[in-house]
Ligand binder design. Structure first.
Ligand SMILES: *Cc1c(COP(=O)(O)O)cnc(C)c1O
Length: 434
């Protein structure tokens, strides 16, 4: 775990004026030990740290980099946009174009509003559900992460899990009491909750494939039951596709599972690496947003021309006929290789994936469908794996509770390099008997 002296020094300097040395807790190494790697630059499938060391990257800035880092078309779009001015505080045609593209790809979205982050999108979707229904209660699921607004930081996933404190301090009990948290994939719990509180529930928000507690796919009937119950009680069904949108399939998880939400939240990929988010859905609900309606939402930099023009360029790639076929093929090659290497070493290991999103589990449990299953995975094994891979130049998210991301820029050689590194690491793990 010894970093270079330069890395240690940079982390010390960062920690002086930045809490924990990081601007988002998921970048810290609390879950794996050690200190984070400082990155100098990135290109394609690779990150390069400040010592010039190369890493094959499976974080992709936590999702946006589906084309790989610093894709020339995206960089050119951003450079051109920058020359035309960074922000106007007035409409541009690029906002219209990106809105049109999103509505075309996701037919459940009839109107869409851009924000600056996924958090803003989910926070506003909740406010909108409340404003539209005139009700207060929100239903969410344990281990799902929907950004860091107050109502949604109750029993949340992602960095909250690593810190071992699933409900944030500073969230007033008066807010938290309006958030009902149910176990993910628990169909009976959804039905029971609606039977009890149905008339008070403004909406349900769910990660359609949970990607903030490692990766947990929805069981058959889970999303369908939420849809039915929301219909029966006139509650708003919000699918949070900030992570899954345009990553698990072009049309997102809602296309993959053929389920139609009332509202969808987006982020990550749509800005190609620039700060962005969006929420959209049924016209009737979206018309409640200011200036058309009484639910207020705004943003000085929302619909920023750099992010819009980067996003538009990104979609030209994503809409190529074989994009997701190729992405899936890369994913399958990687996961099959890792599985074979683990099996050969005798390390209990499983994987799951949807499109370019994947999960890795150090466990011999036959299936992973709940947060409980994730908690039973071997965290010590993950830590050894993580550091062994990092040392060999492969970057995974520094926590057992995060999903993995592949890009279209990952070549066969990059994948083989990863599998070779894993073969060595699995052998070490077996020897260490974790
Ligand atoms: C990342 C994420 C968010 C929050 O988006 P930010 O841009 O980080 O605010 C919300 N929901 C899900 C499912 C996410 O993965």
């Amino acid at each position: 775990m010894s970093l270079s002296p330069k890395q240690e020094q940079l982390f010390k300097q960062a920690s002086k004026h930045i809490p924990g040395g990081v601007n988002s807790p998921v970048r810290a190494f609390n879950g794996v030990g050690g200190t984070p790697v400082f990155i100098e630059k990135a290109k394609g499938a690779y990150l390069y740290d400040v010592d010039g060391k190369r890493y094959v990257d499976y974080v992709g800035s936590w999702g946006p980099m589906i084309l790989g880092h610093a894709h020339p078309d995206i960089i050119a779009a951003v450079q051109k946009a920058a020359e035309d001015g960074l922000s106007f505080g007035a409409p541009t045609v690029y906002e219209t174009t990106l809105a049109d593209i999103i509505c075309e790809i996701m037919p459940s979205i009839e109107m869409v509003r851009m924000t600056n982050s996924g958090t803003e999108a989910t926070m506003t979707a909740i406010r909108l559900a409340r404003g539209y229904t005139g009700r207060d209660k929100i239903v969410k699921f344990e281990g799902c992460y929907h950004g860091h607004s107050d109502s949604l930081l109750v029993k949340a996933g992602s960095g909250m899990l690593t810190l071992g404190e699933p409900t944030s301090k500073g969230v007033p009990a008066d807010f938290a009491k309006h958030t009902i948290t149910l176990p993910y994939n628990d169909i009976e719990a959804v039905k029971a909750c609606f039977a009890k509180f149905g008339d008070e529930i403004a909406g349900v928000i769910v990660e359609p494939i949970a990607g903030n507690m490692n990766l947990v796919k929805p069981i058959v009937g889970f999303l369908e039951t939420i849809r039915e119950q929301c219909d029966a009680y006139k509650a708003v069904f919000i699918i949070d596709e900030v992570m899954t949108g345009f990553r698990v399939a072009l049309g997102g998880a809602q296309a993959l599972y053929n389920v139609k939400p009332d509202l969808t939240t987006l982020g990550k990929i749509i800005g190609a690496g620039l700060p962005v988010g969006a929420f959209g859905g049924k016209r009737e609900i979206m018309e409640c947003i200011a200036p058309l309606g009484g639910v207020y939402q705004a943003g000085t930099l929302s619909g920023n021309p750099l992010a819009m023009r980067a996003g538009i360029r990104m979609f030209e790639h994503l809409r190529q006929p074989n994009f997701y076929v190729d992405l899936n093929a890369k994913m399958t090659k990687l996961l099959n290789g890792l599985q074979q290497a683990a099996d050969a070493a005798g390390v209990p290991f499983r994987t799951e994936h949807a499109g370019g999103l994947f999960g890795m589990y150090f466990t011999d449990q036959p299936e992973i469908t709940s947060f409980e299953h994730i908690l039973k995975c071997n965290a010590d094994a993950f830590r050894l794996f993580f550091h062994g891979m990092l040392k060999r130049g492969v970057n995974f998210a520094p926590a057992a509770y995060e999903a993995g991301f592949i890009s279209i820029a990952h070549s066969d050689e990059d994948i083989e390099f990863t599998i070779q590194a894993a073969t060595e690491v699995f052998a070490e793990m077996k020897a260490a008997e974790v």
